[in-house]
Design a protein around this ligand. Structure first.
Ligand code: SF4
Ligand code: SF4
Length: 245
């Protein structure tokens, strides 16, 4: 199976939340208790049971009509996933990558300590991983690997009525994303593809990414926390000390 990617065209998203519901339904995730918080966005955030969330931002324009930005948030299935590198550096096999299609997978059968989960979450440039305290396991979007292995589209893509969610072979999807970027640049000078070379969920944004979501683009592309970097640096020295001592 070829390397896969998503292309998420936010200019076509109407915030219908079909993708969010389809994701819940396919993964048999229970509904999350929520309430009206004065925003179209609901629930408030991703969770162990919510892998896909349509984020909603209302931007006030002085003297003009407000602007609405929709951001169908999910795991980016990074090309070099910092979450996996961090888990490995902590001695955990909870995160793997499917080399055939590139999906990054959290093994819900592998227990992770709460403090290790915190470090793994901090290493994700997009703040995606979530944790179940009682079960001690992590969860997030799986790229619907069970569906794509059968030649089906991920549930979110299949349900999207506007063409905002797209999925397929990476080469084709990157071409589609670049073609669409050229089209919208006439209308939106700030149009961009967010971290396109580093991720398998490529978002087309037409304004400052921070207006969509705090983690719409990577704050840093390294994504490994100082704590983990230090641990990696020190562990060979510690082993050497033990051998000498
Ligand atoms: S977006 Fe975060 S959770 Fe998803 S693969 Fe990248 S680092 Fe891992
Ligand atoms: S299904 Fe498509 S149009 Fe509806 S919220 Fe998701 S991405 Fe947007």
């Amino acid at each position: 199976m070829a390397d896969k990617s998503f292309f998420i065209d936010t200019t076509k998203c109407t915030a219908c939340r079909g993708c969010q519901i389809a994701c819940k339904q396919w993964n048999k995730n229970p509904a999350t208790k929520t309430y009206q918080r004065g925003s179209h966005q609901n629930p408030a955030d991703l969770s162990f049971f919510t892998y896909k969330l349509v984020r909603f931002s209302e931007i006030e324009v002085p003297g003009g009509e407000p602007k609405w930005y929709f951001f169908a948030d999910q795991c980016r299935h990074c090309m070099e996933p910092p979450c996996m590198a961090t888990a490995e550096s902590l001695g955990s096999k909870a995160i793997t990558k499917d080399e055939a299609n590139g999906s990054v997978l959290f093994n819900t059968k592998v227990k992770v300590k709460a403090e290790d989960f915190k470090t793994i979450r901090e290493s994700c440039p997009y703040d995606i991983p979530r944790y179940h305290e009682k079960m001690g396991v992590m969860a997030k979007c799986t790229m619907c690997i069970d569906r794509i292995k059968e030649g089906l589209l991920p549930a979110c893509v299949k349900s999207c009525p506007t063409g905002a969610m797209n999925f397929g072979d990476r080469k084709t999807l990157v071409e589609m994303a670049n073609k669409r970027l050229e089209e919208v640049k006439n209308l939106y000078k700030e149009a961009m593809l967010a971290n396109a070379d580093d991720v398998r969920a490529i978002y087309l944004l037409v304004d400052d990414p921070k207006k969509y979501h705090k983690f719409a683009v990577a704050a840093n592309t390294i994504g490994i926390t100082r704590k983990v970097a230090l641990k990696r640096l020190l562990s060979p020295l510690r082993s050497l000390n033990r051998m000498i001592g």
